[in-house]
Design a protein around this ligand. Structure first.
Ligand code: NAP
Length: 265
């Protein structure tokens, strides 16, 4: 009996922290075949040398220079690069899995309009624990009148607040409109109360050497508080979700935001 064909996958940002981890995860998955790697910072280098992945692939500087067109491209780069990379995927009819954070509503609208012949799945967080954290925060929201989110990341993260924090607060705001107004009348130092997210829920961003990706959702009501915390200690925490997305993006038409659509919560 013939073996089922593997899904061919390419990685944008292959030399980056997440991209290199994704290359290793894809190469080690029996249903996926790593066929392409793109990273302008490592153009012409061997993927093996840059990432340690057992592969003869030479890293391309642009998707336009790839010899093969993968069925799925995975993007973990920077915001401007990701916008261009996803536009290329839409134009070329290549399915896209997007992990880069920082997209605005206008970006999502454009992806909805442009992914017509292939699909796009974007998740601000591919860790299952983070998906559950967002769901638990959404469930808790109607039972509390005050909430704040503190997100903690490694000290090389360039965008703030994190996409996970924004998505968490959007979902809490959609689950309840009954939030108490901020009582602060004087900020002795600007920004002391963090950034104001949807429904006035405050988000605080910490950047710290030694951390990876962590978030705490604090909710309070009379006489009690609830803390919901998730910690990613290692980039491997994101890989099961990324691989799940790569295997399933073809069957989810158009734009899908969040991994929730692929996991039955
Ligand atoms: P990183 O180490 O800076 O890696 C990004 C890589 O992309 C770099 O090697 C960069 O090269 C490369 N790059 C830049 N422009 C490119 C282009 N046009 N095409 C292809 N590659 C390009 O960053 P990271 O820590 O891996 O994080 C990447 C993104 O993933 C961030 O937005 C982060 O917030 C996000 N993230 C998401 C999740 C999730 O679960 N969704 C989890 C972790 C991180 P140069 O260095 O030469 O510019």
């Amino acid at each position: 009996m013939a073996l089922p064909e593997k899904i061919t996958v390419g990685v944008f940002g292959a030399a980056g922290r997440m991209g290199a981890t994704v290359c290793a995860a894809v190469a080690g998955d029996q249903d996926l075949e790593l066929v392409a790697a793109v990273d302008p910072g490592a153009v012409g280098e061997s993927l093996r040398k840059v990432t340690g992945v057992d592969s003869d692939i030479e890293i391309a500087g642009k998707a336009e220079h790839l010899d093969v067109k993968p069925q799925v491209m995975i993007d973990f780069t920077h915001l401007e690069a990701a916008r261009a990379n996803l536009a290329w995927c839409a134009e070329q009819g290549v399915h896209a899995v997007g992990g880069t954070t920082g997209f605005l509503d206008a970006d999502f609208q454009r992806f909805r309009e442009t992914f017509t012949t292939s699909n796009c799945l974007i998740a601000p967080n591919f860790a299952i624990g983070a998906i559950l954290m967002m769901r638990f925060a959404e469930l808790a929201a109607p039972w509390f009148e005050t909430a704040e989110v503190i997100e903690f990341h490694h000290d090389a993260k360039v965008d703030a607040p994190s996409g996970t924090a924004i998505r968490t607060v959007e979902r809490m705001a959609a689950a309840s409109s009954d939030w108490t107004a901020d009582p602060t009348t004087t900020n002795t130092i600007d920004g002391a109360r963090g950034a104001e997210g949807p429904a006035g829920i405050r988000i605080h961003a910490v950047r710290m050497h030694g951390m990876v990706a962590h978030q705490e959702v604090l909710l309070g009501t009379t006489g009690q508080t609830l803390s919901i915390r998730h910690d990613s200690y290692d980039r491997s925490s994101f890989m099961p979700g990324v691989l799940l997305a790569a295997k399933n993006v073809a069957s989810h038409a158009g734009l899908t935001i969040g991994l929730d659509a692929l996991v039955d919560l």
